[in-house]
Ligand binder design. Structure first.
Ligand SMILES: Cc1cc2nc3c(=O)[nH]c(=O)nc-3n(C[C@H](O)[C@H](O)[C@H](O)COP(=O)(O)OP(=O)(O)OC[C@H]3O[C@@H](n4cnc5c(N)ncnc54)[C@H](O)[C@@H]3O)c2cc1C
Length: 578
């Protein structure tokens, strides 16, 4: 269908091979952490010709990188803080991602900025947006999104009839971009694997190999089997986000970087609950609140509060949910209630610990440190600038390798599925006819897989029952579940419902109504027996029950205690005999 280089799969066989190959040689580099930063580092290193392995303790993107606002943006409020360099860098990345690196995954999104103060506010916001738009031009690229425009209240209400007339006096509309954060990470990892990186999830780093002071590799535990292995590497990169300090403790000694967690909660509501053709951005006392169009839904958030509790499963409390509802309801003519909320998710910002106590003022810039020979730490930053973070980390790695390493080239490396995407998009009617699927389905598939759509269509050709939508989550075809297990590294039910799709936050049943069907579909490719299917569904059900109950609690401590009541994920295989 398209002329493209075969893209690596991240199926179960490839995972086993990756773990074996990592243990069988001395790598140039091993990366700890499979969020966006670790994934970016693996791709940057592989495309510079280095041998690289990446180890992720849970599922890819299961930390912060699946729980963000899903915006690729410069950050209007950093402009207000006069941090022009940060904004320029992020907007140039936005242009690159939209137009070259991932046009199939990153899309423009409009926001309305309602004005509430007559007089000074329009010129103030307008001047900021003139600068925001002009900083977005990148060398050799246009901005990739339309420019801002001023609107009267009447025109703004035509775009967003849901706004309460008395809540604002006029508006300015501007554009940013959005991405499916979890799928993007997985796509970066597939791209890295295509260039030779060895990639494994459910592989937790539990210790370091040392020669005197020097770090010479890691000890890794395969969480599916309980087996431990050594992975030798000339350099190790710690890209573990809010777990940075834990890894630092494993090395021993005082670290140079400290990362603090700040919790951000988002709500998901159905699209028909807010009548608007545009996203909306609102000022809050501390920061901003986004109302973001998201397929057939809106994502509304976020909060910003300090978090010292469980980092693997940050819990949203009743107060978090009420905070978001209260703020969005200030501008809506028909207020939202808790009954409108389909899904809730909480994420932890990895903030570089600074002097200030206010988490929303802590630095969003990243740092690279070299605490001991053989180890590079990268932390801070934001999703939008992952490629720059990765480049800086691999530059530090190159410094520690006694060989010449070429400069980063990821600004010229389209992600898997990007090549040929535009031509396929233009041919979507023809693809619909050839496959027998509705053109809306083809569009949905193209925006998830880009030119890898042919792999999904091949599954359907072989088994036409996979062309049916999931009963109870009909945005997705049954084929997408099978593909997630065979090609996209999904190893557990949770991985498909929470990250390869977002059914767990996009349906009122939160995935429970499709859990059995999805587990049955995964059983074949992952060689599960009936017992494992049952365990997966039980685990998922308990997780959702615990999450729902935690969201009824008033405080973080109560919510955290309840969320921790759900059991941890069940391994697939029995431990290897010792
Ligand atoms: C609420 C919220 C909204 C945000 N919105 C935006 C936005 O709209 N745009 C934007 O640009 N940025 C946004 N951000 C910031 C952005 O999401 C983060 O900066 C980014 O996702 C961090 O990625 P990471 O790879 O550093 O961390 P993570 O994604 O957390 O990855 C770290 C990984 O390390 C793994 N790990 C930990 N310990 C080990 C171990 N011992 N062995 C192996 N693996 C291990 C973890 O399991 C985890 O997967 C937002 C953040 C939050 C919280």
């Amino acid at each position: 269908m398209t002329a493209r280089m075969g893209t690596a799969r991240l199926g179960p066989a490839e995972r086993s091979t990756a773990l074996e190959q990592m243990a069988a040689q001395e790598l140039d580099l091993v990366v700890i952490g499979g969020g966006i930063v670790g994934a970016g580092v693996a791709l940057d290193a592989a495309t510079r010709g280095l041998s690289v392995g990446l180890l992720e303790a849970r599922d890819f993107a299961s930390g912060t990188s699946s729980r963000s606002s899903k915006l690729i943006h410069g950050g209007l409020r950093y402009l207000e803080q006069l941090n022009f360099d940060l904004v320029r860098e992020a907007l140039q990345e936005r242009a690159l991602l939209l137009q070259r690196i991932a046009p199939h995954l990153v899309r423009p999104v409009p926001f309305l900025f309602p004005l509430t103060h007559l007089g000074w506010e329009r010129p103030y916001v307008g001047a900021g947006l003139v600068m925001y738009d002009s900083l977005g031009f990148s060398f050799g690229f246009t901005r990739g999104v339309p420019g801002h425009r001023h609107l009267s209240r009447t025109r703004a209400l035509r775009l967003a009839p849901a706004l309460r007339r008395t809540a604002f006096s006029g508006a300015v509309q501007y554009w940013d971009a959005q991405v499916d954060d979890a799928r993007y990470v997985m796509t970066v990892l597939r791209t890295a694997a295509t260039y030779g990186a060895h990639v494994a999830s459910r592989a937790q780093v539990v210790g370091f190999l040392r020669e005197g002071e020097r770090v010479t590799g890691v000890r890794v535990r395969d969480l599916e089997t309980g087996t431990e292995r050594q992975v030798r590497a000339r350099q190790v990169v710690n890209a573990t986000g809010v777990w940075t300090d834990d890894i630092q403790e494993l090395v021993g000694g005082r670290g140079q970087i400290h990362v603090r967690a700040s919790k951000g909660v988002h709500l998901v509501v159905p699209r028909d609950r807010i009548h608007s053709l545009t996203g909306i951005i609102l000022r809050t006392e501390k920061s901003v609140l986004f109302v973001i169009p998201w397929g057939r839904h809106w994502i509304i958030g976020t909060t910003d509060t300090r978090w010292n509790l469980d980092r693997a499963h940050p819990a949203a409390s009743r107060s978090d949910i009420d905070y978001v509802l209260e703020h969005v309801n200030q501008v809506l003519s028909v207020p939202l209630t808790r009954d409108d909320v389909e899904g809730v998710y909480a994420g932890l910002r990895p903030l570089l610990a600074g002097e200030s106590e206010e988490t929303s003022k802590l630095s969003r810039e990243h740092v690279v440190a070299h605490p001991v020979p053989g180890l590079v730490m990268i932390a801070g930053g934001k999703y939008t600038t992952y490629r720059v973070m990765a480049r800086d980390a691999v530059d530090a790695v190159a410094h520690g390798l006694d060989q010449r390493v070429p400069p980063s080239c990821t600004d010229r490396i389209p992600l898997a599925g990007a090549e040929g995407y535009q031509a396929l998009w233009n041919s979507r009617q023809r693809l619909a006819q050839a496959s027998g699927l509705h053109v809306a389905r083809i569009e949905h598939l193209l925006q998830r897989y880009g030119s890898m759509i042919d792999e999904v269509l091949t599954l359907i050709e072989r088994d036409p029952s996979l062309a049916c939508p999931l009963s109870g989550a009909d945005d997705h075809l049954r084929a997408e579940v099978v593909y997630a297990a065979t090609h996209e590294g999904a190893r557990h039910l949770n991985d498909v419902l929470a990250r390869r799709t977002h059914i767990s936050i996009e349906t009122f049943h939160r995935g429970l109504a499709v859990a059995e069907e999805v587990a049955e579909l995964m059983a074949g490719p992952l060689s599960w027996d009936a017992e494992q299917v049952k365990r997966e569904v039980e685990y998922y059900t308990k997780r959702i029950e615990a999450e729902r109950l935690s969201q009824e609690q008033d405080t973080d401590h109560e919510a955290d205690a309840i969320r921790l009541g759900a059991p941890e994920i069940v391994p697939v295989a029995t431990p290897d005999p010792v």
